[in-house]
Design a protein. Structure first.
Length: 541
């Protein structure tokens, strides 16, 4: 079957695919129309005895070819993480169906593994049969063929052949909360003799690294630049709402609770007219960044509008003067901004709460699904989308990581706030919108800053501080004395004591086994409403 001339010309302009394409059989082809405008020949010869795995490899390779031909510009509205077909070298990756969870519908047994800290909930997994292990190994090998699918979004050059628009520049004057130098544009750092140099290739528009206990800012770049926060704003949501409801409280979801979510929102799979515990809902917020979980908790809290007002009030209490809240889940909205400095304040305040620490440091868990015909509730696995915690095919979990929250939207790009501990040293890092669009780039740059911060212990002078909430510490409200070191109140109210005894990352969680369940049951339809709305009506910049 001849390939249409338009497709031929189009393919000629496409950069060379690093993977050798698998030839498409031309005997008794079946022409299938996809979501792209062009049609491609797919199928296999009638006498072919190809195994299902080989057919899967061919299919994924063709998807890769079409992806490179037809994605001049694409975007995601939330931060469920790019679909991964193979785990990281430490096993922290996952194979997930497009519904957003690792696998669905199976009532799997729970098995505990070591977590990041001694009091962190243990992760869950399921046993694998020998045949399942062989299937996993085969799928892991085939995953190498589709890694380009997981690369960062490609952006086409302007049609007129001109240069791409220049990156925005920070304001000449920014807030000086936390110190005068933090209001200046560019990198701020004060190295002592023998201190390691800052990492190269830090492309984030804004970043900050600080001591999580003392609040000392070790280095920063445009920390008060007001930028879209994406789902890192969920840290403020949690800091505001989490203390209000006991984790054992249950709630039956109403249809109105799930109304008003933005198109393309990340979802954990909450279904109306089913009952969930508050504990379940917070796992949905922190692990899957589920906007459906946020809206359900907001409904419990008096509605979205009331919750947004409370979040803004809480931001003021924390001296987060760069933050303007429009949505509780961080979904892009005109005028919604925060800053790397403010996001660090939210994380630091939230980490004083043991439940906050528990949720943000959980790598994987089981989430309630549908009711079975036998009257029993099914569960499905969910994995944390924080790739420094759970890992991915191209990045390992960071040693000592314990959260906090990641985000990604069209307007915000990738954002991330993380906390990690080595020995007695606890560091906070926030990265906002790296210019480099490599897959998992925000995590890579955050990991570089963590490495530098631990290596520079005692070898840098602080350039500012994370201020106390209003009325805390010396009672001055923090913002007025932002140039003074913040005396953190983290040892009280369930602060940084025993729970912050480092235990290290003890292993990976729910990895390629998810593929066995998914592909073995690929003909079984997922429960209604649990599929994420991916790619529909994505917001434009």
């Amino acid at each position: 079957m001849a390939v249409p001339a338009a497709a031929s010309r189009r393919r000629a302009r496409t950069p060379r695919n690093p993977i050798t394409p698998i030839a498409v059989p031309r005997r008794k082809d079946t022409t299938a129309s996809s979501r792209w405008t062009q049609k491609y020949a797919v199928g296999s010869p009638v006498e072919s005895k190809a195994r299902p795995l080989a057919s899967l490899i061919k299919f994924l390779t063709k998807v890769n070819q079409m992806h490179q031909l037809h994605t001049p510009k694409a975007s995601r509205n939330q931060d469920t993480g790019r679909e991964s077909f193979m785990g990281s070298s430490m096993g922290g990756g996952s194979i997930r169906p497009f519904g957003g969870a690792l696998f669905r519908g199976a009532r799997s047994k729970r098995r505990s593994q070591t977590g990041t800290f001694t009091d962190v909930p243990t992760t869950k997994s399921a046993s694998a049969s020998p045949s399942a292990v062989r299937t996993v190994a085969a799928l892991a090998s085939s995953a190498l063929l589709v890694s380009p699918l997981l690369a960062g979004t490609a952006h086409a050059a302007p049609a007129d052949g001109g240069q791409l628009p220049k990156a925005p520049v920070p304001p000449a004057k920014m807030s000086q909360v936390g110190g005068e130098r933090l209001g200046q544009s560019g990198v701020q750092v004060q190295l002592q003799a023998g201190a390691p140099a800052l990492p190269k290739e830090l492309t984030a528009r804004s970043w900050i690294i600080s001591d999580a206990e003392s609040g000392e800012v070790l280095a920063a770049k445009n920390p008060h630049w007001q930028l879209a926060p994406a789902s890192t704003l969920k840290m403020l949501f949690a800091d505001t709402v989490l203390p209000k409801f006991p984790k054992t409280q249950t709630y039956k979801v109403k249809p109105a609770d799930l109304a008003g979510m933005g198109t393309g929102s990340s979802l954990v799979g909450i279904k109306e007219n089913l009952t969930y515990t508050v504990h379940d809902l917070w796992l949905g917020v922190f692990l899957r960044s589920g906007n459906d979980a946020v809206h359900t908790l907001s409904a419990m809290n008096g509605g979205t509008e009331a919750t947004v007002k409370e979040m803004q009030k809480r931001a003021v209490e924390l001296n987060a003067t760069d933050t303007h809240v429009i949505t509780p889940d961080g979904y892009d909205a005109p005028g919604q901004v925060s800053s790397a400095y403010d996001l660090s304040l939210f994380a630091r305040a939230g980490l004083k709460n043991p439940d906050f620490r528990e949720y943000c440091s959980t790598a994987s868990a089981q989430f309630p699904g549908d009711m079975g015909k036998d009257g029993k509730r099914a569960t499905f696995g969910i994995q944390n989308t924080n790739r420094l915690l759970s890992g991915d095919f191209d990045i390992k979990p960071y040693p000592g990581i314990a959260g906090v929250k990641n985000g990604s939207t069209t307007n915000a790009g990738s954002t991330f706030t993380g906390v990690a501990q080595h020995g007695d040293r606890k560091l906070l890092v926030t990265v906002m919108n790296p210019e480099k669009k490599q897959h998992n780039e925000a995590y890579r740059e955050a990991a570089k800053l963590f490495d530098w911060g631990f290596a520079a212990d005692g070898k840098v002078d602080p350039v500012g501080s994370l201020v106390d909430p209003k009325g805390a510490g010396n009672g001055t409200g923090g913002a007025k004395d932002g140039d003074k070191e913040s005396q953190a109140a983290l040892d009280s109210a369930g602060g940084w004591g025993g729970p912050w005894t480092a235990a290290g990352i003890g292993g990976a969680v729910v990895v390629l086994l998810g593929a066995v369940v998914f592909f073995a049951r690929r003909r079984r339809a997922l429960p209604d409403g649990e599929r994420e709305r991916r790619g529909a009506g994505r917001r434009k910049k």
